[in-house]
Write a protein that binds this ligand. Structure first.
Ligand code: NAP
Ligand code: GLV
Length: 309
């Protein structure tokens, strides 16, 4: 099997070394170094340039370096008619769940407030609520949303999830579809966005939807920046309607130094690290996919380009 590896990550060479170590029988080529494009069977990619796929005329599969595939479904990309798989790594999923737990604790245990107090050397203690009184709502009840729900349930939070179809998840209430979104937001003290970015979810959290969250509620966005209308979020925070936000993803990344979100007293910014793809465990899954391809078996975690995730 001949495989093209393409990404602009500074860690790409680490991934390549790990791929070669775990699959010595495979020949890997690092974009843009391509001796004979027609011999490439599979591409492992992150934000492919538009001229990549048209050259790979005998491609049999596309593997995403990440869990999200919005980078592949951009309008300027002509995707080949071959199976497309995303990277679903239990280690990444667990890291995401931990990030969400951090955000929920930040709100529940008022660490935001203690950060602000500390800047002024204020020693003041506040009572905190029981976890069962904190209603967490997870937008996107897929692999990451469900893992976050399981971890949060263990602490005792009241959990609901929102998805396209209803799901039966132990210890969580399921909301589904646009018609149940308002009720879902209205019952959530913390809203966690873990949706894929699609035509339907882009800009979902705008002024109208943020206003449907209860006064004093908190937003965690660890999915994609374009899920949130940043100006509307800033307005909801400034008006005091939202108590705060933990944001890992932004419309423009890296977040420009001029963005008011960096300095907003009620916003915590992290640089898209909620769940980093992990070379060791991620490569094991990519290699399993390449072996499936070689054996003519169906790939795991297939994407439906029509649906967008
Ligand atoms: P997933 O397993 O595909 O789950 C997606 C969930 O979103 C499903 O529950 C799906 O509903 C729901 N959904 C999709 N479109 C919807 C719509 N229009 N209305 C309501 N629900 C909708 O994805 P995942 O693995 O959990 O990953 C989620 C996202 O996390 C990725 O796409 C990526 O953007 C982001 N991510 C971020 C980081 C980071 O470091 N910040 C790392 C990894 C991933 P159904 O269950 O009904 O299909
Ligand atoms: C990261 O954001 C991913 O989609 O894996």
């Amino acid at each position: 099997v001949q495989v093209l590896v393409q990404s602009s990550w500074p860690t790409t060479n680490r991934w390549l070394d790990e791929l070669k170590r775990q699959a010595p029988e495979v020949t890997f080529h690092l974009w843009p170094d391509l001796p004979e494009p027609s011999t490439i069977d599979a591409a492992i990619t992150w934000y492919p340039p538009p001229d990549l796929f048209p050259r790979l005329v005998n491609l049999k599969a596309v593997l995403s370096f990440g869990a999200g595939v919005d980078h592949l479904l951009r309008p300027e990309i002509t995707l080949p008619q071959v199976p497309i798989a995303r990277l679903v790594d239990p280690v990444m999923t667990q890291r995401m769940a931990e990030y969400v737990l951090y955000g929920v604790l930040r709100f529940h245990r008022q660490f935001d407030l203690y950060d602000r107090q500390a800047r002024d050397a204020v020693w003041e203690r506040h009572q905190h609520r029981d976890p069962a009184e904190i209603r967490v709502g997870i937008l996107g009840f897929g692999s990451m949303g469900r893992a976050a729900a399981a971890l949060l349930r263990g602490v005792g939070y009241e959990i609901a999830g929102w998805s396209r179809k209803a799901h039966e998840i132990e210890g969580a209430t399921s909301f589904a579809g646009t018609e149940q979104l308002e009720a879902f937001l209205a019952r959530s003290d913390v809203v966690v966005c873990l949706l894929p970015l699609t035509e339907e979810t882009r800009g979902l959290l705008d002024a109208r939807r943020l206003a449907q969250m209860p006064p004093g509620s908190f937003l965690i966005n660890a999915a994609r920046g374009e899920h949130v209308v940043e100006e509307d979020l800033a307005a909801a925070l400034d008006s005091g309607h939202l108590a705060g936000a933990l944001l890992d993803v932004f419309r423009t990344e890296p977040l420009p130094a001029s963005s008011p979100l960096w300095r907003h007293p009620r916003v915590t910014v992290t640089p898209h690290i909620a769940s980093l793809s992990n070379p060791r465990t991620g490569v094991a899954i990519l290699v399993e996919q390449l072996r499936r391809l070689e054996r003519g078996e169906e790939l795991l975690h297939l994407v439906d380009p029509q649906r967008g995730y």
